[in-house]
Design a protein around this ligand. Structure first.
Ligand code: BES
Ligand code: MN
Ligand code: ZN
Length: 510
């Protein structure tokens, strides 16, 4: 979808669909709606009076304008009660608008800036969340549907119309940020929607190479032999059961010192993403029910790819590394078996009591590799534990880490992105659950605190570097379609990471 910003008056704008919003319980229309209402001889006021439309959140009404204004139709979207409104309300409203406009057969829609009455929301933020909603509400994965040509057409154009020239630059910046971060999420959803027979470790490596064409990005792929030479016994242990060659993928984006500045050697931010292209559980085989969802066990890796791409597209003045240990987890004849011991890149040994706890094995080597960059911070993202989904349900990402400052920055970014995190304790007491009789540790923690013991396991591989772990097994897959969250793979966490980088870049320059 292409997104434009235009200076002008909304009631004079030619359009297939013009989008307005209204809060529940407000007697008066907002300023934009008043201007349109006047041109429509009071049609919107009559609608409110009829109580057919109350402005409940994501409620919609579509009116034909009978050529009284340039726009063919007006779409009114409810924002719910004013006191409950957040940035996310606006994001959802635009997603709802996109879906409704598309249902009406429209290919384009126009809108003024919404949410001006929200406390503490800047114009940049409003334009960003509106664009995110519009793009993500319109998301659909159709690659393998042969009769797609006959189906509903996707929206092509989204235009934000603003009367005041002095606001146009901020809106333009917000729209650009929103477009890049929403397209990052859509890219993650695409990668996760592709089945595992297509989205293999080799295909993920090819995607990384494509991202290597962005300005400032370099990509290196370590093959199985390279990983052997380095001693990545945990990563290779997981890969042993599969016929698909594993790939250990490294992306580096250098956006620092573009103007010959001196901070090209600034310590990088390192992102590590769990990239299991399919998780059967291995010899500790998973039950058949819902196993197809394990094609999305590479969401973490996809989010890292998308975030590096977004940083490059936004030309953020940051030094960023992305690491993706990519492999299948299969029960092949050479697969690791319960009780096997692997030696990790860090030198620590792990007794593999359950081959289905494979994410922490590949991340052990991914995180140890990350420390080689002497990073300013390491953030890993992983569909790591079913326990995360049990504890948090669908609406919070699990967060654990060793650095309060980084955790609070992540929390803020999550709040802004509408991808909120919830912290769990990373106390060393839990480590007794990971003790092994024969190795330095075992890869499962037994009953209780599954999200915590998994994170504690990871913590043993990050040295003393500031580190935050995001368990996205809770938010990764949605059973239903929501305004801007697709059914199936959601890509949740991507916009949080992009927002974190935007905030970091902003903090640096001030
Ligand atoms: N990829 C799964 C976790 C998962 C489960 C993600 C459901 C999304 C939805 C992970 O590799 C796994 O199998 N974890 C095990 C760990 C256990 C064996 C300690 C789990 O959660 O059951
Ligand atoms: Mn598993
Ligand atoms: Zn897994």
């Amino acid at each position: 979808m292409d997104v434009k910003v235009k200076q002008g008056r909304i009631e004079r704008e030619p359009a297939e669909v013009l989008v307005l919003t209204h809060h529940e319980g407000e007697a008066a229309l907002n300023e934009d709606a008043i201007a349109v209402d006047r041109a429509l001889h009071g049609a919107l006021r009559d609608l409110l009076k009829s109580e057919e439309f109350q402005g409940k959140s994501n409620q919609t009404v579509l009116l034909h304008t009978h050529r009284r204004i340039q726009a063919k139709r007006v779409l009114l979207v409810g924002l719910g009660k004013k006191k409950d409104a957040r940035l996310d309300t606006i994001r959802q409203a635009m997603a709802t608008a996109a879906k409704r406009a598309r249902q009406a057969g429209a290919r384009s829609f126009v809108t003024p800036i919404h949410g001006r009455t929200l406390p503490r929301a800047s114009t940049i933020e409003l334009a960003q969340v509106m664009t995110e909603g519009a793009i993500l509400g319109n998301y659909e994965f159709t690659v393998y549907r042969s009769n797609h040509a006959d189906e509903m057409k996707a929206l092509q154009h989204f235009t934000v119309v603003e009367p005041h020239a002095e606001s146009v630059p901020d809106i333009t910046q917000g729209v650009r940020q929103g477009r890049v971060s929403a397209e990052a999420t859509a890219y993650v959803r695409d990668l996760c929607n592709h089945p595992s027979n297509v989205m293999t470790p080799a295909r993920i490596a090819a995607e990384a190479k494509k991202i290597g064409k962005e300005r400032g990005v370099r990509v290196k792929i370590l093959e199985q032999r390279d990983a052997e030479q380095l001693g990545m016994g945990a990563f290779l242990g997981v890969a042993r059961g599969s016929h698909e060659p594993p790939k250990f993928i490294i992306l580096e984006y250098q956006g620092n010192g573009r103007k010959g500045g001196s901070d090209r050697n600034a310590k990088p931010i390192v992102l590590v993403g769990k990239t299991i292209t399919f998780d059967t559980g291995g010899i500790s085989l998973k039950p058949a029910e819902n196993m197809e969802q394990m094609k999305a066990d590479m969401t973490g890796g996809a989010e890292v790819l998308a975030t590096v791409r977004a940083a490059a597209r936004l030309r953020l003045p940051l030094h960023l590394i992305g690491i993706l240990p990519a492999t299948e987890n299969m029960p092949g004849g050479r697969a690791i078996k319960p009780g096997d011991i692997v030696k990790t890149l860090s030198g620590k040994t792990v007794e593999v009591q359950n081959t289905d706890a494979e994410g922490r094995l590949i991340l052990a080597d991914g995180l140890a590799y990350a420390t080689r960059y002497k990073p300013s911070v390491i953030i890993d993202v992983a569909t790591l534990t079913g326990a995360c989904a049990v504890a948090l349900g669908q609406f919070a990402i699990g967060m654990l880490g060793n650095d309060d400052a980084v955790k609070s920055r992540i929390e803020k970014a999550g709040l802004k992105a509408g991808e909120r995190v919830w912290e769990m304790p990373l106390w060393d007491e839990y480590f007794e659950q990971l003790r092994s009789d024969v190795a330095d540790m075992r890869n499962i923690g037994g009953r209780g605190g599954g999200m915590i013991t998994a994170a504690l396991f990871l913590s043993k591989f990050v040295g003393d570097y500031p580190w935050v772990h995001l368990d996205i097994a809770s938010t990764d897959w949605s059973e239903r379609e929501r305004p801007y969250i697709a059914k199936g793979p959601t890509g949740t966490g991507t916009r949080l990471l992009v927002q974190y980088l935007l905030d970091q870049a902003h903090a640096q320059s001030h």
